[in-house]
Ligand binder design. Structure first.
Ligand SMILES: CC(C)(COP(=O)(O)OP(=O)(O)OC[C@H]1O[C@@H](n2cnc3c(N)ncnc32)[C@H](O)[C@@H]1OP(=O)(O)O)[C@@H](O)C(=O)NCCC(=O)NCCS
Length: 229
């Protein structure tokens, strides 16, 4: 047994703690968050101890970054790397009823919530979040830091680029590419490739006029979207 340090204390963290209550085998759960207003609060029975750089105090614990936005996950992972954190310490958290079949792979730091399906030869990168009922079919590839919200469904052979965000119940036709750091709005049906760093939505999905996004775009190039955490 060992402990687990979880960064970011929001909704996704609570969802992960529910899974860990069923299958977790950790002797200590440590919550860290850079938002000072969370310090001392209790989430799912665990207390937020302080900022994420306190990770250095638990050098033997496994690690998980539970921010709902891929850009935030990447920021924390990058900061921890600068503190000398070994990437091999990142855990994977998979709901106990979800099967990751032989031939499918799931990178370190990734989180898979209830009802997600991976069929055959699916490759999921590092620090990816698959929310409830996400369906990944044969030969799909999901790159690091992508976020697939509840019910997102990919046809076979789809490539989701790094940091992309697929809204709830969006669907992607087989063999398409969702560009890195792009956003596909909830309920959309994507029928053609989605270029990098654009926001599309609708049926069929087209580029959206999204007045909120340009001003809010982060320096990392990720579109800002509602944080599901
Ligand atoms: C696509 C999205 C990111 C756009 O958010 P936004 O930048 O705040 O955009 P706005 O709400 O201002 O809408 C801008 C335009 O896009 C349209 N639009 C927004 N979301 C859309 C969607 N999912 N499908 C089709 N059109 C959409 C709006 O109707 C509006 O159209 P208009 O220019 O004709 O008025 C957001 O609507 C979305 O779908 N987010 C995902 C939500 C989700 O899955 N959350 C899960 C949390 S766990």
């Amino acid at each position: 047994m060992t402990g687990l340090v979880i960064a970011a204390a929001g909704g996704l963290t609570r969802e992960v703690l529910v899974i860990l209550a069923q299958v977790g085998d950790y002797d200590e759960l440590v919550l860290l968050d850079d938002d000072v207003s969370t310090w001392g609060s209790v989430i799912g029975g665990a207390t937020v101890l302080g900022p994420t750089d306190l990770v250095v105090d638990r050098p033997d614990h496994e690690l998980l970054v539970c921010a709902g936005m891929g850009a935030t996950r990447r920021r924390i992972v990058t900061a921890w790397a600068a503190l000398g954190v070994d990437p091999a310490r990142y855990a994977r958290v998979v709901h106990p009823a979800v099967e990751v079949p032989i031939g499918c792979s799931l990178g370190r730091g990734s989180i898979v919530l209830a009802g997600a399906v991976l069929t055959a030869d699916v490759r999921v990168g590092r620090h990816v979040v698959l929310m409830p009922q996400v369906v990944l079919t044969h030969d799909d590839v999901v790159d690091d830091y992508a976020t697939l919200c509840a019910g997102a469904t990919l046809g076979g052979g789809v490539h989701v680029g790094e940091g992309a965000y697929l809204g709830m119940n969006s669907s992607v036709r087989q063999n398409l590419t969702v560009g890195a750091h792009s956003t596909l709005g909830m309920g959309s049906a994507l029928l053609t490739d989605l270029p990098p760093a654009e926001t599309w939505g609708g049926i069929p999905a087209r580029r959206l006029r999204t007045p909120h996004l340009p001003a809010a775009r982060s320096s990392t190039g990720d579109p800002t979207q509602e944080d599901p955490a």
